[in-house]
Ligand binder design. Structure first.
Ligand SMILES: Nc1ncnc2c1ncn2[C@@H]1O[C@H](COP(=O)(O)OP(=O)(O)OP(=O)(O)O)[C@@H](O)[C@H]1O
Length: 300
């Protein structure tokens, strides 16, 4: 059984769009979650795996930028500790949806969200939810690797510091190890993060994001700026991470979605979630003609 701690957390690993402002207090963090909640994934009496618990559920989610509607009544249940891919043509609302899940859209003045995003039995858009505390539990990794101009060690330490968590060599090394980077950088943790390759930089950003041990990691096209070898390493890493974390990933790359995800959500133009199912079913036997057309490259 995995007990969900109320003070676990994550940085968004993005200074420009920082969701983990160190100047904001965490005094409201206990308001964020139902402390009695816990998630269990177990076998039933006959040893069959039970369906995964839901990590995040959206209900009738609408998003507007000014008068423009970017998401239309999106309802979906995202399973815990699996990889869920969000795919669809450019401008269909994938990133908008992802940003709703840890209230990053709050940072966009003209964005307006209706509906609910439920995390641990609570609507994260309720007035008493502290978005900074929320983002400690639901972290984010962005398209462009964005390490700070600091040492490898300090980049990871930052992920802990902004969450008011203790920085120790052990926690930093553990995060680097979980991000499959430690072996490559051991012995030179005092070197600049900017001197790493693109793929290593992205794994450093992932280490920074997971250092405070979040529950959910949101990834917005994390490999799109990387070469095939680096992409493959990130894909392997995502598979490993999903044993411990719920991973939700936006990708333009359908083969990537097919390779790494358990569930796939297909958004089509206008911010409509057209189909959401097991990845195998989406790619091999989609219900909707529009989805089949998209998957087979007839449009998008
Ligand atoms: N900050 C913003 N201000 C105004 N409109 C926005 C903003 N961000 C997104 N939009 C609009 O919302 C719609 C959905 O955009 P979004 O970026 O979520 O789509 P996407 O599927 O992630 O696209 P892409 O694959 O090209 O990144 C688009 O019409 C886009 O122009």
């Amino acid at each position: 059984m995995r007990r969900v701690e109320t003070d676990g957390g994550v940085s968004t690993a993005d200074d420009a769009e920082s969701t983990a402002d160190p100047t904001e207090t965490d005094s409201d963090s206990e308001k964020l979650v139902d402390v009695s909640s816990s998630f269990t994934v177990s076998d039933d009496d006959e040893g069959r795996p039970q369906a995964a618990e839901t990590a995040i559920e959206t209900r009738d989610l609408d998003v507007y930028y000014g008068d423009e509607q970017a998401l239309q009544s999106v309802s979906m249940e995202i399973p815990e500790r699996q990889v869920t891919a969000l795919i669809g043509p450019s401008g269909c609302g994938k990133s908008t949806f992802l940003r709703c899940l840890n209230r990053m859209n709050d940072l966009i003045d003209i964005a307006h969200v209706d509906g609910e995003v439920r995390f641990e039995g609570k609507n994260i858009y309720d007035e008493d939810v502290d978005p900074v505390a929320l983002r400690r539990r639901i972290g984010m990794v962005f398209q462009q690797p964005n390490p700070f101009p600091k040492s490898i060690y300090d980049n990871v330490a930052f992920g802990l510091e902004v969450q008011d968590e203790e920085v120790t060599d052990e926690t930093v090394r553990r995060a680097l190890e979980r991000a499959a980077l430690l072996e490559e950088v051991d012995g030179r943790l005092d070197e600049s993060g900017l001197e790493l390759s693109g793929g290593q930089q992205q794994r450093l950003c992932i280490a920074r994001a997971i250092a405070p041990d979040p529950d959910v990691i949101l990834m917005d096209e994390p490999a799109s700026a990387l070469d095939p070898v680096a992409t493959s390493k990130i894909e392997d890493l995502i598979a490993d991470l999903s044993e411990e974390y719920t991973v939700i990933i936006v990708t333009h790359n359908m083969q990537q979605a097919a390779r790494i995800s358990d569930k796939t959500a297909v958004f089509l133009t206008g911010g409509e979630l057209v189909e959401y199912d097991d990845t195998e079913d989406i790619f091999e036997n989609p219900e909707h003609q529009r989805v089949e057309d998209y998957i087979t490259g007839k449009f998008g």
